[in-house]
Write a protein that binds this ligand. Structure first.
Ligand code: NAD
Ligand code: ZN
Length: 360
């Protein structure tokens, strides 16, 4: 199977590179810089010095997004799209400044500004009908790889599934490691581990290949420098490394696929709203049967960085909740084909999934 997919068109990287955003946006604003830009910004940055550095012009819209609660929802995207269209018509671009949540919202809004109806009807692969508008991703927390991926993950009324197509990919990303310096310690760990897990999963399975491994190995090495080896910890040098690790981890999985942890994670997030990276850490912690080396190293990183990973959370779950998680998880056939093989349905049982959930 060959993959033929689109990468981010342009990428600038380096401490302080956010200062070049004005030059980057200028040609997209058009004559006399009249074009409207929509800045979607994580609300951590309200009244933050970063805002003064952004090239926000008088005609632009700035919307602060709360990313500490539920993950992005289809209804949230539809509302934002309607608000933008009714106030500004079709803008010149959308800029998402934040973590995976805000970047996914920016990608989805850019698409939904040109596609009619609710984003619910576009959850899936290649369902989007028209190219969206110019969109820029600026991560302020690293690990999800959302800056490079082809998907904008949304929770809808019946499923958690991305708007996935070539047009989802950012036209431009700005990777400035200074922006992640203020990330709270736990988020720094949980989100960073998403990259680690992306690489372990993409490099362990049927779709692994040299391209994916090349990015994966480098990303894993960078994760080790950030979380394990001498000089580990949250500091400016490691922020540079983590930002690149996230980008490479995203590329690694794009050429391959994620696996068991992510499949289980979608179930957990869907039923309990558990946030993606945190859910992955809880799950990966019990997956030694599938990823023995990876889980061993993960546990070392947890211990060394003194991070709390909850255990025994399944004790309060009802059978109905577990069955629902299994339904969501079972539907992720592409992940199972990668992790187990084309004949995964013969090899995997719902009882195995139940046992895994009960280990958490
Ligand atoms: P997030 O966007 O959910 O943010 C986590 C927390 O960190 C929030 O409270 C936010 O306010 C805070 N924060 C962000 N930057 C900060 C900074 N510089 N200083 C202080 N606080 C900061 O974080 P995430 O883990 O990057 O994203 C999770 C989301 O990404 C989920 O919705 C998940 O579904 C999605 N995701 C998408 C992809 C993809 O390929 N599109 C992949 C994995 C996950
Ligand atoms: Zn992930």
């Amino acid at each position: 199977m060959y993959k033929n997919f689109k990468s981010v068109n342009k990428c600038t990287y380096g401490k302080g590179c956010i200062s070049t955003l004005g030059e980057i946006l200028a040609p997209k604003r058009g004559i006399d810089l009249k074009g409207v830009m929509i800045f979607l910004i994580d609300d951590y940055f309200v009244n933050h010095s970063l805002i003064q550095k952004l090239p926000i012009l008088s005609q632009d819209m700035v919307e602060y997004i709360y990313a500490g609660g539920d993950e992005p929802k289809t209804s949230q995207i539809d509302e934002l799209r309607d608000k933008i269209l009714s106030k500004y018509g079709l803008p010149a671009g959308v800029i998402g400044i934040g973590g995976g949540s805000v970047m996914d919202i920016a990608k989805a809004v850019a698409l939904m500004l040109t596609n009619e109806g609710s984003s619910v009807q576009y959850q899936g692969l290649n369902l989007i009908k028209k190219e969206g508008i110019y969109h820029v991703g600026i991560p302020t927390i690293s690990g999800t790889g959302a800056e490079v991926s082809m998907t904008a993950v949304l929770t809808g009324p019946t499923k958690k599934l991305g708007l996935k197509c070539e047009w989802t990919v950012f036209d431009q990303i700005v990777l400035d490691p200074d922006l992640i310096a203020s990330v709270p310690r736990n988020d720094w760990f949980y989100t960073g581990m998403d990259t680690y897990i992306h690489c372990v999963e993409s490099m362990t399975g049927k779709l692994k290949n040299t391209f994916s491994e090349a990015y994966g190995y480098k990303s894993l090495d960078l994760c080790r420098e950030v979380y394990l080896n001498e000089g580990y910890g949250q500091n400016a040098i490691n922020d540079e490394k983590l930002m690149v690790a996230s980008y490479f981890g995203g590329l690694s999985l794009t050429y391959s696929e994620v696996g068991v942890c992510h499949a289980l994670s979608y179930g957990l997030s869907y039923v309990f709203g558990t946030r993606h990276c945190y859910a992955n850490c809880i799950i990966f912690n019990v997956l030694e049967d599938y990823y023995p080396e990876g889980v061993k190293e993960f546990k070392k990183m947890v211990a060394q960085n003194d991070i709390f990973i909850p255990t025994n959370i399944s004790k309060d779950w009802t059978n109905e909740e577990i069955e629902k998680m299994i339904d969501v998880c079972w539907a992720l056939t592409h992940m199972w084909k990668h992790a187990i093989g084309e004949d995964w349905e013969q090899k995997l049982t719902r009882q195995t999934l139940k046992d895994l959930y009960l280990r958490m």
